[in-house]
Ligand binder design. Sequence first.
Ligand code: HAM
Length: 421
Amino acid sequence: MSLSSPRGTSDIFGEEIKYRDFIISKAKDIFKVFNFKEIITPAFEYTELFDRGIGEGTDIVQKEMYTFADKKGRSLTLRPEGTASVVRAIIENKLYAKDLPLKLFYIGNMFRYERPQKGRSREFWQVGVEVFGQSQPILDAEVIWLLNSFYKNLGFKNLKLLLNSIGCVECRPSYIKSFKEYIKPRMDMLCSDCRFRFDKSPLRIFDCKKDGCRKILEKAPKINDNLCDNCVRYFKSVKKYLDSLEIDYEIDSGMVRGFDYYSRTIFEIISLDIDSAQNALAGGGRYDYLVKEFSGPDLPAVGFAIGLDRTIIQMKKLNISVAETSKKKSTYIVTMKKDYYEYSLMVMRLLRDNNIICDLEYENKNIGPAIKKAEKLNYDYLMIIGDDEVKNNSITLKDIKKYKQYEIDLDNKNRLLEMME
Ligand code: HAM
């Protein structure tokens, strides 16, 4: 029997790794500038964390979690997202005890039992950030700025930032009351999922993608028009700061973003080049009550997650190139005899000790095919080690792109290293 990877998962290798490394290194560069530190949490957690954190009425908890019992019968779940895990980790490790705000980032695989299609898989990767300990609109703007700069640095253009406010504990209950009053007489026009949501978690009706439900939602009262004075002021400030950062946004008053933990500001980055439901590249928002709900201190928070897989799909479509992370030149080495392997090891050690990418040709002893291979593998040079080179303690370096050739005396190692700059 031949085995394949489970539906909705994929192996990652070759070109895909180049894109991932490129994106992750760009993300880490910008996280450094914004002063974020990395955190790694387990890929699975006790199920209760997600039930309570994400919310029992959400699609993720209702339908999409990979939940299983371990050998002692405890219920565990493969993480469907990173926020709940990071919240658990900062409480458990008391990471909030030092200077606030606490600014963390993570890179990890997430698991959701969804119907696989392009841009939607059952195992996917996220790069996320979470900031704890401040509830100031300037911080929301900074986090959005970070996300915006990340995509700008990658070379993205045709993106839209969607923004909304979903209120706080003060204004949401009265809004939910009027929303339910609007929905109640229209209940039998809703899908069965939404009828369930009506009791469990009414705001989740806004997550429904079905046409019938969307039609009813068009005329429904929106949370954004029913905010309390504090939330109105808060949202106004977020927008003011975004304006001063010259970040464009569009208010999407029907956006609620599929998780129960959000309060006030929520946002998404969508690609205008993708004409499907999978056009959200990244999303996030403020969640001021989650840490406290897990018996932690009163720590307001805000964060986002970038979908790595969707970002890669989009980069390929837009022909955004992934430059080599090493700026130094690289060389492919061919020896004319196996007897010269030791000699080549001496040269390879010099190169690799100086962070220069090199590799040895193990099969071909002919220069022609070796050049072709080096060209195909995108090396800058072909290094030749033959009788003359060994006799003279030298190497010959062929510049593949410029069709030039250099004889380099190894008594002067710096000359070789300079050639690789
Ligand atoms: P999310 O919107 O569920 O937010 O996911 C963020 C991104 O992950 C999406 O915009 C999308 O690019 C990617 N993504 C989600 N599901 C899939 C899938 N099945 N296949 C491929 N890519 C997918 C969160 O997860 C929140 N935890 C974000 C956050 C952090 N909010 C506050 N802090």
